[in-house]
Design a protein around this ligand. Structure first.
Ligand SMILES: NC(=O)c1ccc[n+]([C@@H]2O[C@H](COP(=O)([O-])OP(=O)(O)OC[C@H]3O[C@@H](n4cnc5c(N)ncnc54)[C@H](OP(=O)(O)O)[C@@H]3O)[C@@H](O)[C@H]2O)c1
Length: 275
């Protein structure tokens, strides 16, 4: 299996080109899945306080024996927004993970009606400067939310983890990310909760190229520069999803996949509240 080159973040650290999603695995499932995912080659793992599996993810990361090679991600939930609350939330995450550092720490949702994501962000900058966190970013932020962070703190996130798949390609937000050196991570990269993997256009393209629909979709993510975080319970799917380095898509193929646009499946960050 060929390797995909890491991406360089705006803070100088690197990020693997594909990560491993862990929602909705529980602690025991997450521990085993992280060990298995690391064995097949994943070096980026996604978690969140609200997934309730940080203990399992952390145990898995430690049990791999290559913890220092892994980028372990977790996210501060809406109920912990605010400066002091975020620092306390981070300490709780570190304790559950059983690690002395979070490699990528994200604000899970902006929760604009609460309007405390800027203070939350200031705390994340402080946590990074104190060495408790390596890289900091956000999730589900719109261009307006990102601009506000830049205007009020002068610090842009290294990563914005957003819903992205061929039904919701995020063209405008990705253009903004590219202009400002923010890496796009893609959640639900395989379009969970939709019929994406059964789509006829994708099936036809995949057949023509001699690859599975999932590998085609993940190659589309890589062609657009996003870092997909597919979740897969079985080792077989985990390995399949990482095996995309050799799949070259033409511009026409990328455009044909992006033309499947239908809109988001998940919550709208301007209105979705997740505590
Ligand atoms: N920041 C956020 O707000 C947010 C929101 C949602 C998700 N996320 C993150 O993003 C990760 C991925 O998103 P997701 O779990 O919603 O959806 P996803 O990765 O798009 O889809 C997961 C589904 O695809 C199936 N699958 C995976 N590989 C496959 C393969 N090779 N062939 C056939 N089916 C395959 C999985 O089944 P099996 O498990 O049976 O293989 C599972 O049912 C989450 O786990 C989480 O870490 C973040």
């Amino acid at each position: 299996m060929a390797d995909l080159a890491d991406l360089t973040l705006n803070d100088g650290h690197t990020l693997p080109a594909i990560g491993f999603g862990t929602y909705p695995l529980d602690d025991a499932q997450a521990r085993d899945a992280v060990v298995s995912a690391a064995e097949v080659g994943y070096r980026l793992v996604d978690s969140a306080v609200n997934y309730g599996n940080e203990a399992g993810v952390g145990a898995g990361a430690r049990d791999t024996g290559i913890r220092e090679q892994l980028v372990v991600t977790t996210k501060v939930p809406g109920r912990d927004h605010g400066y002091d609350e975020t620092l306390r939330s981070l300490d709780g995450s570190l304790q559950r993970l059983g690690l002395d550092r979070v490699d990528l720490y994200l604000i899970h949702w902006p929760n604009p009606s609460v309007d405390r994501y800027v203070d939350t962000w200031r705390a994340m900058v402080a946590a990074r400067d104190a060495g408790k966190v390596r890289s900091i970013g956000v999730s589900n932020f719109t261009e307006a939310h990102l601009r506000r962070l830049a205007d009020e703190t002068g610090v842009l996130p290294a990563v914005n983890q957003v819903e992205m798949h061929p039904y919701f390609a995020q063209a405008r937000l990705r253009a903004f990310h590219d202009e400002h050196g923010i890496v796009t991570e893609a959640w639900s990269p395989l379009g969970r909760r939709s019929d994406l993997l059964d789509n006829d256009v994708l099936a036809g393209l995949a057949r023509d190229k001699g690859v599975s629909v999932t590998r085609l979709v993940l190659a589309w993510h890589r062609a657009l520069g996003s870092v997909p975080l597919p979740k897969a319970a079985s080792r077989e799917h985990q390995a399949e999803n990482l095996d995309v380095a050799g799949i070259e898509l033409t511009d026409d193929e990328v455009a044909a996949i992006s033309a499947l646009e239908r809109g988001r499946i998940g919550g709208d960050p301007d209105h979705h509240e997740e505590m």
